[in-house]
Design a binder for this molecule. Structure first.
Ligand SMILES: [Zn+2]
Length: 383
């Protein structure tokens, strides 16, 4: 049985440990100790060194007593977003929130705490289960970087759950692929007061291109954003360069490709409208682009083992879990990209990435019960 007080207390302890992306050392040590106490073989990989962080991913192997059961992966991320240092948790009834100066960090310490509690109960109550691989990742919030660095050959599990979603009662099985885009629009510098006609204003070219871009929600599967714009040197200089950074996401590869191309095209067409002749030479605005795949899409089939397992567990507990597509990416995208079948289950966290973040402990307890039932059912071959 899930011990609610113990789960609550662990969550409160964990949110008080500062763990911004790349600074997860303290919480990693705390969790390593926790996993070792529970009898796991624990290692820390070299992801931290590779990305300039203070510690790597924590990987814990639990040996089960039911060899016929498929090994299961349970994963949550250790890092939190800003402002996330010096979190002061405030508990009112069953609602846990921060004092309003920081995020709570229930994203994703609720997932971490659930995994710890479930493993404790499995041992305490001697519930037969198969092998379990636990991964606590670093730097999820910095672009799923910890999961990307993880060598999945270190895991026995080929299926499982990431516990990192804010949609209570839902299992995320689909998530979009995302492209990161960077454009540099180049113009021509000139004195803005003395001879502006000898310049091409890169900010104006960029603005012209952006104003013709389809952005925001493109359709039900696709979104796009220009999120950062930097350029210009002084108010009296016609700016010669502007850098734009943005993204496009889609559940469809074709649409993602199309939207990414569209964004570049708008800027290139804008650039082609700005040129001038100076001392017999022709000058044109131009665009350079860099497109990088942020992560691939995730699409776990309805009939897959993990989805059926979650549904059966929910049924046993008398609750409903519906599958859903999300617009966000999470570590599960990376696991699926690496050939595993991993879905993302809700933990009770709400209004994440804001200082208003909160969590209803009742949702947290239910999610822990779900995970426990999933592990138990997995060992009975029942789904
Ligand atoms: Zn998260």
């Amino acid at each position: 049985m899930i011990r609610k007080d113990r789960l609550k207390n662990l969550l409160i302890e964990l949110v008080k440990i500062d763990s911004l992306s790349r600074k997860e050392y303290a919480i990693a040590m705390r969790l390593k100790r926790e996993m070792e106490e529970l009898g796991a073989v624990v290692s820390i990989d070299d992801a931290g060194e590779r990305i300039g962080g203070s510690v790597g991913n924590v990987i814990a192997h639990f040996r089960g007593e039911v060899p016929s059961a498929k090994p299961l992966l349970l994963c949550a991320h250790m890092d939190t977003v800003v402002p996330g240092e010096g979190v002061v948790p405030v508990l009112e009834g069953d609602i846990l929130r921060s004092d309003g100066r920081t995020v709570l960090g229930g994203d994703d310490k609720s997932g971490v705490a659930i995994i710890c509690e479930v493993l404790r109960v499995l041992r305490e109550d001697r519930i037969p289960c198969g092998d379990i691989d636990v991964v606590f990742t670093i730097c999820e919030e910095a672009g799923l970087v910890g999961a990307k660095c993880l060598d999945v050959a270190r895991l026995r599990a080929r299926t499982g759950l990431v516990l990192d979603s804010d949609s209570v009662g839902f299992l995320f099985t689909k998530a979009p692929a995302a492209n990161h885009v960077e454009f540099v629009v180049r113009g021509l510098a000139a004195h803005a007061g003395v001879c502006p006609e000898k310049g091409i204003n890169a900010i104006r070219v960029a603005a012209d291109g952006i104003s013709r871009m389809r952005l925001g929600r493109i359709d039900e599967e696709t979104t796009a954003n220009i999120g950062v714009i930097e350029g210009g040197m002084a108010v009296n200089i016609v700016p010669n360069s502007v850098r734009l950074r943005g993204e496009a996401r889609s559940h469809s590869e074709d649409k993602l490709e199309q939207q990414t191309r569209h964004m570049l095209q708008c800027l290139e067409e804008a650039a082609s409208r700005y040129s001038l002749e100076l001392d017999g030479r022709q000058f044109r605005a131009s665009v350079e682009s860099k497109v990088a795949r942020e992560y691939d899409r995730m699409d776990v089939p309805e009939g897959s083992g993990i989805v059926r397992l979650v549904r059966s567990a929910a049924e046993n507990l008398g609750v409903e879990v519906r599958t859903m597509a999300t617009g966000g990416g999470c570590d599960a995208n990376v696991f699926n990209q690496k050939g595993l079948e991993v879905a993302n289950l809700s933990t009770g966290m709400r209004e994440i990435h804001t200082v208003k973040e909160w969590l209803d402990l009742k949702d947290l307890y239910l999610s822990a019960q779900m995970v426990l039932e999933i592990v138990r059912l997995n060992a009975t071959g029942g789904s």
